[in-house]
Design a protein around this ligand. Structure first.
Ligand SMILES: O=C[C@H](O)COP(=O)(O)O
Length: 248
């Protein structure tokens, strides 16, 4: 099974209207290899503008959503509303949502299942903190987070897993290709043993954490690294190099 490469750009809470327009221009000029899916996640207020302005080869994602269709949930956006606006992807369970906004493993699992049932593809994020890696708990933490998703989600066809070690996010401390590969392989083995062989073979596992135009190609060569979830560098022209790296 060939897993198509997947490059996600998570803009987080960055950008102004004029910066968003410049980023769209960069994206529209970027060449997207035929084996690569590119999905960018602007702040919610700019999602529709980006969707309308960006070329069709590039999809747009939300950075978060809730797990109800509608109702008194101030500040939230439903998966149904995203679909209504032509959005087909959402990022769920980013470590910033988990850490800053207190999202639990179970909440992340429930939101993932609901978003899938509404027809969205989900980029489901997992990853360990520095102290967890240093105490040898990387796999334990990642497996716990995956298990919470698997307890809600049976069909993984539209799930993309993003492994983002928290210590590598926004720090410039990228995991080495070997470190990332080791964890990705363990995650795939976990999927084979706990979900299905099909899910293990087909599910894209992205690496996220200080990916840039220089390190992307080496990381992307590793067998179990199927793409990236990029933060800071997705706000720069070098994002086009990261997209291109997938074909090297
Ligand atoms: O969602 C993206 C990750 O948090 C990675 O962010 P970064 O590339 O700025 O380290």
């Amino acid at each position: 099974m060939t897993r198509n490469f997947f490059v996600g750009g998570n803009w987080k809470m960055n950008g102004s209207l004029s910066q968003v327009n410049s980023l769209v221009e960069i994206l529209n000029n970027a060449s997207v290899p035929s084996n690569t899916e590119v999905v960018v996640a602007p702040p919610a207020i700019y999602i529709d503008r980006v969707r309308q302005a960006v070329k069709k080869e590039i999809e747009v994602a939300a950075q978060n959503c809730y797990y109800k269709a509608s109702g008194a949930f101030t500040g939230e956006i439903s998966p149904e509303q995203l679909k209504d606006m032509g959005i087909n992807w959402v990022i769920i369970g980013h470590s910033e949502r988990r850490e800053i906004f207190g999202e639990s493993d179970d909440f992340v699992g429930a939101k993932t299942a609901y978003a899938l049932s509404a027809g969205l593809g989900v980029i489901a994020c997992i990853g360990e903190k520095l102290e967890e890696r240093e105490s040898g708990k990387t796999e334990e933490v990642c497996f716990r987070q995956l298990k919470a998703i698997a307890s809600h989600v049976k069909d993984w066809t539209h799930v993309v897993v993003a492994y983002e070690p928290v210590w590598a996010i926004g720090t410039g401390k990228v995991a080495t290709p070997e470190q990332a590969q080791e964890t990705h392989a363990a995650l795939r083995k976990w999927l084979a043993e706990n979900v299905s062989k099909e899910a293990a073979n087909n599910t894209r596992i992205l690496y996220g954490g200080s990916v840039n135009g220089k390190n992307a190609a080496e990381l992307g060569k590793k067998e179990d690294i199927d793409g990236f979830l990029v933060g800071g560098a997705s706000l720069k022209p070098e994002f086009a190099d990261i997209i291109a790296a997938s074909s090297q």
